[in-house]
Ligand binder design. Structure first.
Ligand SMILES: Nc1ncnc2c1ncn2[C@@H]1O[C@H](COP(=O)(O)OP(=O)(O)OP(=O)(O)O)[C@@H](O)[C@H]1O
Ligand SMILES: [Mg+2]
Length: 341
């Protein structure tokens, strides 16, 4: 190996070891109150996100991705969904032990979230400028004029054409892509350290999807914000994230650095997700689908949660739930036969 290459690899390793965790979820459990019992819905979820990095959470519908995100944002309070155990440490503080009033100060300021469908998140009866100004004034001591100036800068930053005119528009006067850009402007208004994007582009067509994702990554380069990107689409995750967590029925079933995951997918579910993505390179008439569906939270199931749908299932798979174990450094898998299949 040449001396220069060795030096770069050495520096990369040092940077990896030194990267500071901004967010750490440790054995987070979430349950839904149903009649007189609690149905577990997210099980022992442990995740870590380093500063300036992007973590992708991927999985089919109903796997617990949004509930995990809402738990981090503190948006489960008052609903029938409860955090039953575990911790969420952000910036060195356990959010679950924090007073609600302090936690509310962090929301929208140090951490912000954008949702799949901006029309349900933007208020249809207020001009977009007023909605951005409101968020800025909630968290910063700033005059109305100063906040308006900042709102114009943000609209420019998210590439809304003619911001001076558009600041007075109502949400219905913008296209879907522009509305999602406004949501990004609101989320970025106070330069959050953490941005959670829950399926931010699913409702958009493919070209606008790419523009919105590129915009988020561009803003990340400028501001250093860490991002959690939730998606059904492993392709989107591959292009944008440093690390990937695959969720299935409320469990993390595989997590790894993105490169590691794509060079060796160890869980049959992750491989199934990849096989179901259409390819523009290979000419196929038929896409592989994972047979069956994600069981609902009230369906009783023993053993591995994926075993009824798995092509490699063996007797032990229906008997005991596999633990999440490291098969390599930074690569953990929840499968009895990881590495063998
Ligand atoms: N408020 C709620 N009350 C009862 N059950 C809920 C509630 N919110 C979510 N669930 C259930 O919890 C499970 C996980 O939901 P979640 O919204 O986290 O899934 P998801 O992975 O985000 O799915 P999608 O990709 O469709 O958004 C689902 O089975 C869902 O039906
Ligand atoms: Mg969701």
């Amino acid at each position: 190996m040449q001396c220069g290459t060795a030096l770069i690899l050495g520096l990369k390793t040092i940077l990896q070891v030194c990267s500071v965790a901004l967010l750490e979820l440790d054995n987070l459990n979430i349950a839904v109150a149903s009649k007189d019992k609690l149905l577990p819905v997210v099980h022992d979820c442990s995740l870590s996100l380093a500063e300036h990095e992007t973590l992708g959470i991927v999985g089919e519908s109903g796997c617990g991705k949004s509930l995990t995100a809402l738990a981090i944002m503190g948006l489960l309070e008052g609903s029938q969904v409860k955090i039953t155990s575990g911790s969420i440490v952000f910036d060195g503080q356990n959010l679950l032990e924090m007073k609600p009033s302090r936690r509310r100060l962090i929301m929208g300021d140090r951490m912000a979230m954008i949702f799949q469908e901006p029309m349900t998140s933007l208020n249809p009866v207020y001009r977009i400028g007023d909605q951005i100004i409101e968020v800025i004034r909630q968290h910063r001591r700033i005059s109305n004029q100063g906040a308006k100036q900042r709102a114009l800068e943000l609209l420019e930053l998210v590439k809304i054409p003619q911001p001076e005119d558009r600041i007075n528009s109502f949400p219905h006067q913008l296209s879907g892509g522009q509305r999602q850009r406004v949501m990004i402007a609101i989320a970025m208004a106070c330069d959050p350290a953490l941005l959670i994007a829950d399926e931010p582009t699913t409702a958009l067509d493919v070209t606008v999807q790419k523009e919105v994702l590129d915009l988020m990554l561009d803003l990340q380069q400028r501001t250093g914000t860490s991002i959690i990107l939730i998606s059904h689409d492993l392709g989107v995750i591959a292009e944008t994230c440093n690390e990937v967590a695959v969720m299935y029925r409320g469990r993390i079933i595989e997590k790894a650095r993105t490169r590691q995951l794509f060079s060796h997918m160890a869980h049959p579910y992750t491989r199934g997700l990849l096989a179901s993505i259409p390819s523009v390179v290979t000419d196929t008439d038929w896409l592989e689908a994972i047979p069956g569906r994600v069981p609902t939270i009230d369906e009783q199931l023993s053993g591995c949660a994926f075993h009824p749908r798995c092509a490699h299932t063996k007797t032990s798979c229906s008997q005991t739930e596999p633990p999440l174990i490291e098969v390599q450094e930074h690569h953990a898998v929840r499968c009895h036969f990881a590495g063998e299949i």
